[in-house]
Design a protein around this ligand. Sequence first.
Ligand SMILES: C[S@@+](CC[C@H](N)C(=O)[O-])C[C@H]1O[C@@H](n2cnc3c(N)ncnc32)[C@H](O)[C@@H]1O
Length: 299
Amino acid sequence: MDDSGVDAVSDTAGGTVMVELVTHPENSDLVSDWLWGAGASAVVESIRSDGSVELTADLSAEMGLQDLPDGLAISARIVATSADDRALGQTWRDFVEPVRCGRILVVPTWRADLPADADSPDPLRGVTLYMEPGEAFGAGTHVTTRLCLEAVSDLVGGAESLLDFGCGTGILGVGAAMLGASRVVALDIDPEAVRVTRDLAALNGVSEVVAVTDDPLTRISGPFDLVFANVLIGVIEEFGPSLVELLAPGGRLVMSGVIESQRERVTAALAPLVIDNDVEVDGWLRLTFGDPSDAARGD
Ligand SMILES: C[S@@+](CC[C@H](N)C(=O)[O-])C[C@H]1O[C@@H](n2cnc3c(N)ncnc32)[C@H](O)[C@@H]1O
């Protein structure tokens, strides 16, 4: 390892490399952003026993870690190259399995042969969402996606309107439509996310319910019974007031993608809403906000 904390690897010509970065929790979003920006097709995060965060991702061998800004990670190394043996040459797609989040079973299209819970034709009991994520975030592998999808399962009873802000693959909005939501708007600034969400809605037969757009929030007409935002703290701070305005009276705004030390900043950005439910898994928070009057009634 050199002075920058980055391991040098010589045999990376052509193909893909798997990289492993360890960072302080407060920098994990920045490292994750850097990895996505550097072209990763998947980023897997886990909290280590010492509280640091480990991020594993695939990058092109040409890109590798060469542009990683100094000081962003505690350590960074290439753990496998496509020139290595079979185990090291596998891509993340080989490891993804069907995952159940409440009433929604997410099945990657390329792993549909794996045994999974039975499909149910009754949306009240459960639906099977076939997933093809392309290059967008939200295959169901990340804990924040799963937390949000569980909230979709809990909150969508039928005929709700829902805004999926920062839709990525569209997994939340498509899942909601499959459970009976009557109007879904899925919005992302990333053209790949918009494309993938349109395809995902079609794949799962809910194109007529899910409107996909890259329009700015100011052009979206509400109100929505449910607003979902699994986005970074900076995005919540910038767009929180607009999201609050789009929420119908008595509605719920569910957000994830933040850690405990960011809770107060989220609460400030979404005032006057108040938290009526919170869950933490692997260091990630899911916060559900509602009207203060609802919270007082204990809804
Ligand atoms: C962490 S991903 C969440 C994807 C998916 N909703 C999920 O829960 O897995 C965040 C998404 O927010 C999108 N995003 C970031 N800033 C945004 C903005 N200002 N407006 C709309 N989408 C944004 C990103 O492109 C990305 O697809």
